[in-house]
Design a protein around this ligand. Structure first.
Ligand SMILES: [Zn+2]
Length: 48
């Protein structure tokens, strides 16, 4: 289990990520870049 922070613009791979600020989930494909949080525009996420 990793608590690595994933930032906007990274390509962390397929999976769901949780905003460190508001805990909104963002699910990405393997080729997707992490967007800013759609709810609070935070730029840091952790892997679900
Ligand atoms: Zn957020």
């Amino acid at each position: 289990m990793s608590n690595r922070i994933i930032k906007t613009g990274e390509k962390p791979g397929a999976g769901c990520y949780s905003c460190t600020n508001c805990h909104t989930k963002v699910c990405l494909d393997s080729k997707d870049k992490m967007p800013p949080c759609p709810k609070c525009t935070n730029n840091e996420f952790t892997k679900e």
